[in-house]
Design a protein around this ligand. Sequence first.
Ligand SMILES: [Zn+2]
Length: 115
Amino acid sequence: MNKATLKFNNGNGALLCSGCRVILKEMLAVDENSELEEQYCDECINTNLSEQEWIELITEKCAQYNGGKHQRVGQAYMNALFKVNKRLYEIISGTNNDCFYDDDKIINFIRFCNK
Ligand SMILES: [Zn+2]
């Protein structure tokens, strides 16, 4: 699980969207060591790939993967997403759905893009 994005101002905490960093809610009783899970605003949580983008993603992923000579599958998916939908890439990047460094997260990546 990824930790929530928090912001502190004069001792007051706020929970931010882990995608676009908009304030989701003020949180008075929270500290920097909080174990809250990451959360997203409605706009970020509803960002999916369209059918056309899925076709482009798979095509681009295959081009990037090139038989595994240069990239792992997870890397190829993330690099393909960067080209196809940069906004979704930025939302996913660095979260538990980011499969760039870990192919075991590819299933998270696919679920998030298709939620
Ligand atoms: Zn957001």
